[in-house]
Design a protein around this ligand. Structure first.
Ligand code: GDP
Ligand code: MG
Length: 686
């Protein structure tokens, strides 16, 4: 293992109050100080100390980027003959923060910026100054030397790539629309001691850069900007300064040539890197850039720590999610198959608590805001999975509740004995089912859960309402049936009696009176049943509808009874009975004994006339007496359901059948007449 001078773990002795005075022959300037103030002396340094003020466009700007103590100042001093502070190994002192500027020696028209500062990443401070100085360097320099240890190549944090990302992002926002000049990012890999060829190291860095570039959030108008639109990339490495001092010096010198000799092969300065700023304008330009950098809020956003926190919190969350998912994946199929998994709520809640605890334990150490944000999105992920699982279970419970309700009600209603109250039975079941469902829901809701199942509760309610309505109408159908059955027998007795005695008063008025009476009785029963079925007095429409349906049923029952009474044989029997009554019996109800002197023919004709006259009477119902009845709605046509054509029901025997019956009755009467005649002849003969 080759020792390196990564002294980040060394105790740091701040020397903030060290005086920035310097020996008289030094020409360096603290361009930006500890307090982020831009020096007022740049202009005069340009003129007097550096003699660059009149250089026009004939000067170059180089800056350096890299972690603390990676030998940046050492390198700059080698390349440009400057005398930037190098950390003294014997004292191990941290140098002041700030950006130092100097001019290259030996006539080099190069302005060099050396960035000093504490390493915020290692110190856990925010990287405000690092970001600002890096952004400033990037914005003003033609060549930005990116300095890093070989062993940090490929390490996102170690190589300061995170910072680079932030800086590139903000650079794109602030200066991105200026594509005229590019910057050369010159990666100088220090302490190249491994056998990994430079090309491979370069490839790794290129990959990192591409990754960084594609993950940058770019302004809308620059969404298609490519890395190469803004940057050229160049890579080199240097041997270990302590282990191979000669090689180091040799190669440092070669590198120096790339900055000094226009004719050298790798000469770094190109016209395309040039900012369009003449030397006398440079002080103003640099200050303006610094102002812009300092006033930019975007720089304050993603600090290195935040980036790290985001990355780690995501990782921690992913790990914590694994056992949670396993548990959920185990129960999910059961729930999906419709099972109502007992203890699902507590089971899963335990896992949730465990996952959150696992997350908190590790993630809480990271950047507070990021941690809080990541935690809430982790909770969202957990709860998202929970909720869909719970919802599934709630739906299962809901449909089970609905089924239980329907079945239990039906069963209880079927088993119920006589004077039961529908509303009580159904209400009882509903209470039980709702309570059960409520408990199922309660077990799936907990204190900080972001959901309720109110809409599922409502849904079940309306489903139970629908079922209740269905049960109610079935119940009312049943009631209708029962009421009709109980009135039918009585009414058919009345009908038989009235039709068998057609000449006792007004036959049809008697029938209608019977109808009216049984209707009134049936209505009372219906009222009672509606009451107990929960069809309240306010539900006029439904009540009226049911009543009309009852009326129609009763009416049809009556019609059926009447039709039976006037069926062929029945009506013929009735006519014959009447005929016989009139013909065979006298006014006192005594059987007649015909004597030869009797006018049998006219007697017979009279009796037959009376009987035959009944046929039209039997054929059509005369409901006119109902007009003055107590039946509600009869006169206004509201008695029956709409569309019920009562007139069509009034005809019991069609004219054709009447003629046919009349003929048959005639024949039967003839037979009777002949029989009577024969009986008389036989008495004469004796
Ligand atoms: P800076 O903070 O990046 O400017 O680093 P310095 O230039 O101040 O150097 C920090 C320490 O590393 C000093 O003790 C240097 O002597 C030493 N150093 C400079 N260059 C190298 C190098 O290439 N390799 C090694 N191993 N040490 C170096
Ligand atoms: Mg330094």
């Amino acid at each position: 293992q080759v020792p390196t001078l990564d002294n980040s773990r060394m105790p740091i002795v701040p020397t903030r109050h060290r005086s920035p005075t310097q020996p008289a022959n030094f020409t360096r300037l603290q361009l930006i100080d500890d307090e982020q103030q831009f020096s007022g002396k740049l202009s005069s340094y340009m003129k007097t100390k550096w003699s660059l003020a009149d250089a026009g466009f004939d000067y170059n700007v180089v800056a350096v980027f890299g972690s603390q103590s990676t030998g940046k100042s050492t390198l700059l001093n080698r390349l440009f003959g400057t005398r930037f502070d190098v950390m003294d190994e014997s004292q191990r002192q941290q140098t002041t923060r700030g950006i130092w500027a100097d001019r290259g020696i030996d006539g080099m028209k190069v302005l060099i910026m050396d960035v000093e500062g504490t390493d915020g990443r290692e110190r856990g401070e925010n990287q405000d100054f690092e970001r600002k100085s890096a952004l400033f360097s990037l914005a003003i320099s033609e060549v930005l030397i990116v300095n890093m240890w070989e062993h940090t190549v490929g390490l996102y944090n170690g190589a300061n790539m995170g910072l680079l990302k932030t800086v590139m992002e903000v650079n794109l926002q602030l200066f991105g629309s200026n594509r005229e000049s590019k910057t050369l990012l010159y990666f100088v890999i220090r302490d190249h001691v491994s056998h990994t060829p430079l090309d491979n190291l370069a490839a790794t860095l290129k990959q990192d850069l591409d990754r960084i570039w594609s993950s940058l959030s770019k302004p809308d108008n620059l969404s298609d900007a490519r890395l190469s639109d803004y940057f050229d990339l160049k890579f080199t490495s240097l041997p270990h300064k302590v282990l191979q001092p000669e090689n180091f010096e040799k190669q440092a010198l070669e590198l120096r040539n790339q900055f000094t000799h226009r004719s050298s092969k790798g000469y770094v300065f190109r016209p395309s890197y040039k900012r369009n700023v003449p030397a006398d304008g440079f002080p103003h330009y640099a200050e303006a850039v610094w102002e812009k950098v300092v006033s930019n809020k975007d720089l304050d956003l993603p600090t290195q720590q935040e980036l790290l926190a985001q990355y780690r919190c995501d990782e921690i969350a992913a790990t914590a999610l694994v056992p949670f998912r396993e548990c959920i994946d185990k129960v999910r199929p059961r729930v999906q198959e419709g099972e109502i998994v007992k203890d699902l709520g507590s089971l899963v809640q335990t896992e949730r608590t465990r996952a959150l605890a696992a997350f908190d334990e590790q993630a809480a150490r990271y950047h507070k805001d990021v941690y809080a944000k990541k935690r809430s999105s982790f909770v969202q992920v957990l709860d998202g999975e929970l909720h869909s699982l719970f919802l599934n279970q709630v739906k299962n419970a809901s449909s089970q509740a609905a089924t239980t309700f329907a079945n239990d009600c039906q069963k209880l209603l079927e088993e119920a004995v006589d004077d039961y109250i529908f509303s009580d039975i159904v209400g009882e079941v509903r209470k039980r089912v709702t309570k059960w469902f409520g408990a199922a829901i309660d077990s799936l809701t907990f204190k900080d859960a972001a959901w309720t199942f109110n809409s599922e509760i409502k849904q079940l309610e309306s489903q139970l309402n629908a079922t209740t309505a269905k049960l109610r109408s079935a119940e009312m159908e049943r009631a209708l049936e029962q009421i009709r059955r109980s009135t039918r027998d009585h009414l058919s007795d009345v009908i038989a009696d009235k039709l068998n005695n057609p000449n006792d008063g007004d036959m049809w008025a008697g029938v209608m009176q019977g109808f009216e009476k049984s209707t009134n009785k049936a209505e009372a029963m219906m009222e009672h049943r509606m009451e107990s079925t929960g069809i309240g007095r306010t539900e006029h429409q439904q009540r009226a509808q049911l009543m009309r349906k009852l009326h129609k049923g009763l009416w049809e029952d009556m019609i059926n009874s009447l039709r039976e009474e006037v069926a062929d044989q029945m009506v013929l029997l009735k006519l014959r009975n009447i005929l016989e009554d009139k013909f065979r019996y006298d006014e006192n109800g005594l059987p007649r004994v015909w004597k030869p002197s009797d006018d049998i023919d006219s007697q017979f004709a009279a009796a037959r006339g009376v009987a035959q006259a009944l046929l039209p009477k039997y054929s059509r119902i005369d409901a006119s007496s109902l007009l003055t009845s107590t039946l509600k709605g009869w006169d206004s046509g509201q008695f029956f359901p709409a569309g019920f054509d009562i007139d069509r029901t009034l005809t019991l025997i069609s004219p054709a059948r009447q003629r046919e019956l009349s003929k048959r009755f005639g024949r039967e009467a003839d037979a009777l007449y002949l029989e009577a005649k024969r009986a008389m002849v036989s008495t004469q003969n004796h």
